[in-house]
Design a protein around this ligand. Sequence first.
Ligand code: R2B
Ligand code: URA
Length: 309
Amino acid sequence: NNATSKGEKFKEKSTTIIQLSNPNLKKLPVDFLYHIGLDTSGGDLEKRFGDVRLVVVGGCHKRMSDFAKVLVERMRSCDIDVNEDCLVDMSEERGRYCLFKVNHVLIANHGMGAGSVSILIHELLKLLAYAKAGNVSFVRMGTCGGLDVEPGTICLTDSAMGPDGESGYEFFQCGKRARYPAEADAKLNSLIASTCAKFNRTYKIGNTVTSPDFYESQGRLDGAFCDYSEAAKLGWLADLAENKGAINCEMEAAIFLSLCQRAGVSATVACVALLNRLHGDQVTSEGAAEGALAVKALREILLDICLSN
Ligand code: R2B
Ligand code: URA
């Protein structure tokens, strides 16, 4: 149908498949994707998910369910056939994430922080690998603190680093430190950048600092505790901006990009800056309201990409 042909553009010439390097999966009679409430027992994942070309994720449940609703409305207004059941949340029963499939677009929320996004991305990568989906791109849409960046700017991640300024994502495997690169796909960034320009939205491409929490590991002075000085905070942020090319801070880009990169899928992170962290820490109610408008603008940009690719 029409919608499938829309999805074809993501398919280009050669097909890139999702590469999972886990031999143990072959030994599982059934793989239960526990947190998203799907499993391999029905043998129907290829039929249900094989045509997915774009995965759009973001932290908030409501932001992502709204994204799915608006995408359905826009597709219908373009006379694209959309299944009746595409606004049924496939993961609702599990109560952790929402998950919708609107033609070739899979939409989910990932919650806050590395632990939450990691569970979702592991299970989505397995789902799409079992479904033999090809040439899939992943986009995280979110919010962030800007580093010398005006609030409202859309920050596109080139490469993500930890709060220590080391590039990539570091975590523990069997008690040992492991570090994987966390690079975004430059082509996907160019596509989002040109769509930002089409919508007259200010954007910036640069590196992203991913921290394990919102307050202390982002150097905030307004948490329940603060055992460092304002000078230490500003010195650290200035060093990241000046010497590491950092344009923003948030909590998921490094793990998200590293998992996608390990699976060989194209991915990027587009975040609206809610504030300039060099000028403060508090997200005020005015800042949050302005941020919500900018997030809607980002939604329009990603909807345009869903509809035209
Ligand atoms: C941005 O916003 C959230 C914290 O407020 C977090 O998920 C992030 O990365
Ligand atoms: N999200 C973050 O993680 N940090 C900010 O400063 C704003 C949004």
